[in-house]
Design a protein around this ligand. Sequence first.
Ligand code: ATP
Length: 245
Amino acid sequence: MSNSHDHALKISDLTVSYARVPALHHISFEVRCGQCIALLGPNGAGKTTLLKTLAGLAKRESGTIHFHGREVVGATPDIAYLPQRGQIDWDFPTTVRGLVEMGRYLRLGWYRKYGASDDLAVNLAMEAMDLNDLQNRQISALSGGQQQRAFLARALAQEAHVLLLDEPFTGLDKPNQDNLKATLKRLRGQGKMLMVSHHDLPSVREIFDQVLLLNGELIGAGKTSEVFTGENVQRTYQTHVFSGV
Ligand code: ATP
């Protein structure tokens, strides 16, 4: 592929319902690779639903998703979803290397055999996430920060262009939060698109170039400097929760 900064993810008129109750109403926006995007909204706003739908893990009622001009139907290795920590079965018996290899299998499909180039991609992904010393460790025996790095390495091995992270900062201590911020910045510099559901409003300006303000419907989308205003945040949360915007 040419310049990955040219890649756009375009969502048009997306509606997602659970048992006929809409969680997302007629959402449309366009975001590009090489951007770090905050997905903001109160509990129940539909943030997880949006991320899962983009990853092909939740069914849409209507609407289309295009990535780089091509319609996305279901899951694609171009788009990786990193679930909230509480949603992962950490007892699943696999090592860090085994987890990262899974990303490779997602990219390979059924028709090509795992080979030396895949091993190389796994090595590079683990090195990028500083996991070399942990490759034989069971994922259940990792710290929160290490678990997150293992899932990021899986997304890198998968060669995903779009990384959807569901509340990755929640539960991390300060050093791990700083580490994650640096990782997001680095991946953005490499042309990845990072879309991150986030609850810590005071850190939005520091971390994110763009914001998506969601509360069932899309309240605002665009540059942080233009869209992340007190008025828009108030409309999104429907209460004055944060005065420092
Ligand atoms: P939080 O910040 O609390 O994680 P969220 O913004 O990620 O919330 P979602 O988890 O996407 O919100 O939920 C959006 C709405 O859809 C909520 O009203 C929720 O109760 C509902 N919902 C989510 N998952 C399901 C499901 N599997 N079945 C039925 N309703 C669901």
